[in-house]
Design a protein around this ligand. Structure first.
Ligand code: ANZ
Ligand code: ZN
Length: 825
């Protein structure tokens, strides 16, 4: 008997798919298009099994949709710029390009080894000039619309990566990449005006019906829309040279409870106060602001609140009361107006601060039972309620009061209703080498001059020196930096910062459609047919960064008339992580499981089957080396069964007459139809684990079945055929091989996905006879598969049986499944 030798058959079929160009797509054929996309990887080393999960899920979808008759586009490429390549250059003295290219080779080999089907003719690499030319082009388009701009601002600086970071790359005050404490640093930087799209980015989340709810929530929170009022507090001291201080509040209903104001340490008013302050106060204020100006704090972050009184006062415009102005670390400069009115009775942060510094607390909102007392308040009352101590607004409900007071303030000119977003503009310049150069020239005469489109790409010079100084090697590359101004010819300087790699990845899925186009980034008419992406698959760690940026760029391109769809990704699936020893796999933790050894030992189909079987694909799962065996045994069982039967069924038809089947035959037929039904539903819903469980169960039926007549050989062939069709998206190599062995011609992918017949998936009903001490007493209908427990319960619930038993105890039950149940009393 032929043995299951995964290596042989896997390389055979991988070669076959490649030679026959099975996954190459005719891009003009858009009738029944399906764009399946897995987030393109950053080539920083070899794949571990956690990464593999991603690609294996994607491949299962691709193969399934192909069999469903779709023209499936499944491309692959490389997110090839970025820091690790540059760090390797510094540490290991290897050029980032060489490092990147060799990693790409490794990854590509691994993906092929797993049998993942890609249209390799569309491969893109974001660090190649023919790609980044168009990244630069997009930047210029944004620049010409005023959506890319340069600004001096306090930015997030990672002292260890020696570069600035976007807000999205700072997690709890730490660098997303290396975990170092991020500092604020005042620097001239390039920004993309994503805030221009804040409202649309928020609103269009509603279009994304098939995105995971948690991803949408994360984006919603990140955009952070809040509606409120900007209130103007007149300043008391005329020598401050500033008439009034604006604060932003979402709780204008609490205005009568504002007992002090707080400004952020970076607020311009601080400077003015310091200028006129007494020497002692000046020193204290300077110390305080120096200490807190470079800390990165975001709203909602927990930290010990600290503050200092400025010595200045303002007037509450609602009641003319004079209240003190403080500086504190819990007010963020870059949100709202960088200043707040503090209402300690109704805001927990203010409450804690007021308690710490002995500031007055005044209740202005009471719960329905009017139970709050200032003396006994233990924490802020942040709920809605009824206004008190609020002059003519007393007695109003807080929601109603918000509207009324807002309106009243607008009429009196002491406030303005506004909307605030916590979304900030996207900081895209990086002081690093390995990225797309920002296509800008600084001319002493003309100022900031964009590189003319026809001069793109601005090539990244290859011959530079890598010094671990943190300065971009581009700074010291004279040939790069020095260039005549494209407008006036005066000697000028190129921008030496490069673009954040998230700019590269914000549009790559458009390039796959026409990867070699020379005069445009993409062909709009084809892109409009192929996009949005029908199924996007990737890690939830991109819930904000990459997904938000891509949505932004698409909205911009749409405004520019380059695309006609509002959202890039119709459906999104975010897979869970593979955990080993309780932690996410990572090189630094040393808990990486490589697919290479496993494939060597068991073959790719086993690894694929195991990875898909581990658990629901959206959940994190713990890796279990030993459980791989189970998947291998399953495939071997299938293999051996086919070997036993193949000669008998090779030449014969798979059409049979159902009436002639034995009960065993009918059982198998039913199992197959059920498998078709359930596996199909599972494939539609990303439930690969239950699909495999169902196939394992079906294989049991197949194994037990031995055909008793010719008609049943045909049935057996039919069963194998459908089994292999169902298995093929999950374990494609073995499916192709056995497909050929039972007499079909390759590739299995060209055959349509099977359909089930309704009548065979209905539970078959049988009549169960109920006996008491061997005497027939009742009958009831039950599903054929009903188990002992179920039958017993049902029998005992029959009124007739209950009557007959009259509380006598059933000592024993005998069940013949599908036939009878005997109650012994
Ligand atoms: C008075 C008040 C009373 C507030 C009350 C809340 C409760 P979101 O939803 O995040 O927009 N705030 C405004 N600007 C701030 C800044 N730059 N740094 C820190 N906090 C700031 O929250 C808006 C609320 O957060 C505003 O409403 C303000 O406090 C505070 F019972 O104003 B509130
Ligand atoms: Zn010039």
């Amino acid at each position: 008997m032929r043995k299951y030798t995964p290596h042989q058959i896997e390389s055979k079929w991988q070669k076959y798919w490649e030679e026959k160009k099975v996954f190459e797509v005719d891009i003009r054929d858009t009738q029944k298009k399906y764009y399946a996309l897995v987030m393109f990887p950053y080539p920083s080393g070899s794949l571990h099994v956690g990464h593999c999960r991603n690609y294996i899920i994607g491949d299962a979808v691709v193969r399934y949709k192909k069999m469903k008759g779709f023209n499936v586009l499944s491309p692959m490429g490389w997110d090839a710029f970025g820091l690790p390549a540059e760090n390797a250059a510094i540490k290991e003295n290897i050029h980032p390009l060489r490092w990147t290219l060799s990693n790409i080779q490794i990854l590509k080999k691994q993906l092929k080894m797993l049998g993942i089907g890609y249209d390799w003719s569309r491969e893109i690499t974001s660090c190649f000039p023919d790609y980044y030319k168009w990244t630069q082009w997009i930047f210029l388009k944004l620049f010409h619309k005023g959506l890319a701009y340069r600004k001096k601002a306090p930015v997030n600086w990672c002292p260890s990566c020696m570069t600035v970071l976007a807000n999205e790359q700072v997690i709890n005050g730490k660098c997303e990449r290396c975990g170092s404490e991020v500092k604020l640093k005042e620097m001239e930087q390039w920004f993309l005006k994503i805030t221009h799209y804040a409202e649309r980015l928020l609103k269009d989340l509603e279009l994304l019906k098939h995105w995971p709810e948690r991803v949408k929530i994360m984006q919603r929170n990140w955009i952070g829309k809040s509606e409120g009022v900007e209130i103007y507090f007149p300043l008391v001291n005329p020598s401050l040279n500033m008439e009034r201080l604006a604060v932003f509040t979402t709780r204008v209903d609490t205005i009568f409870g504002a007992t002090y104001l707080v400004i952020a340490p970076q607020h311009p008013l601080v400077e003015k106060i310091i200028q006129i302050a007494s020497p002692d106060r000046k020193k204290a204020l300077e110390n305080f602001t120096k200490r807190w100006s470079s800390q990165v704090i975001r709203p909602g972050e927990e930290l010990e609140k600290e503050g200092i009184f400025t010595g200045e006062f303002a007037i509450n415009p609602a009641n003319e009361e004079k209240i003190p102005i403080w500086i504190a670390n819990y007010v963020v400069y870059h949100y709202g107006t960088g200043a707040i009115m503090a209402v300690p009775a109704h805001d927990q942060r203010d409450f804690e601060f007021a308690k710490k510094y002995g500031l007055p607390i005044r209740i202005v909102i009471q719960p329905p039972d009017f139970s709050l007392r200032e003396e006994s308040l233990k924490e802020a009352y942040e709920e809605k309620g009824i206004l008190v101590n609020s002059s003519s607004f007393n007695g109003l409900d807080s929601e109603e009061a918000k509207k009324k007071i807002g309106k009243w303030m607008e009429e009196k000119g002491i406030g303005k209703c506004t909307v605030n977003y916590s979304l900030r503009d996207w900081l895209v310049s990086r002081q690093r080498y390995w990225g797309a150069p920002i296509p800008i020239i600084y001319c002493p005469k003309c100022g900031i001059v964009p590189v003319p489109e026809e001069n793109l790409p601005v090539l990244l010079p290859e011959n530079v020196e890598f010094k671990p100084t943190g300065e971009s090697p581009l700074l010291n590359c004279k040939e790069f930096v020095e260039t005549p101004c494209p407008r006036c010819g005066t000697p000028a300087r190129r921008e030496t910062d490069t673009l954040d790699t998230f700019v590269d990845s914000s549009w790559y899925y458009l390039r796959y459609i026409t990867p070699n186009l020379k005069d445009k980034p993409f062909d709009p008419s084809l892109v409009n047919k192929w996009l949005p992406v029908d199924q996007y698959i990737g890690g939830v760690e991109h819930a904000i960064l990459h997904l938000l940026y891509s949505r932004f760029i698409i909205k911009f391109l749409r405004d520019e008339g380059w695309v006609n769809f509002p959202e890039p990704f119709q459906n999104l699936f975010t897979q869970g992580m593979v955990i080993k020893d309780g932690a996410k796999m990572s090189k630094s933790k040393g808990n990486i499981v490589s697919p290479d050894e496993l494939v060597k030992k068991y073959g790719a189909d086993t690894l694929r089957t195991y990875i898909l079987f581990m658990g629901p694909p959206e959940k994190d799962v713990e890796w279990d080396d030993r459980a791989v065996e189970g998947a291998y045994r399953f495939l071997t069982r299938l293999w051996n069964k086919v070997q036993e039967e193949k000669e008998k069924i090779k030449g014969i038809e798979e059409r049979f007459s159902e009436e002639e089947l034995s009960p065993e035959g009918k059982k198998l037929l039913r199992a197959i139809h059920k498998a078709i039904k359930e596996v199909t539903e599972d494939m539609e819903n990303f439930k690969f684990n239950t699909a495999i469980a169902r196939l394992m169960e079906t294989l049991n039926y197949l194994q037990k079945f031995s055909p008793s007549k010719d008609e049943e050989l045909k049935l057996l062939k039919f069963a194998f055929k459908n089994f292999l069709l169902l298995l093929s998206p999950l374990a494609p190599h073995i499916s192709e091989e056995l497909w050929e062995e039972i007499g079909y011609s390759p590739s299995i992918l060209q055959y349509p996905w099977p359909k089930y017949e309704k009548k065979w998936v209905k539970e078959e009903e049988v009549t169960i006879v109920v006996q008491i001490n061997g005497k027939v007493r009742a009958r009831f209908p039950a599903p054929l598969e009903a188990d002992e427990e179920w039958l017993k319960e049902k029998a005992l619930s029959l009124p007739k049986i209950q009557n007959l038993l009259r509380k006598r105890e059933v000592k024993r039950t005998v069940v013949v499944r599908g036939k009878l149940i005997n109650l012994v009393v």
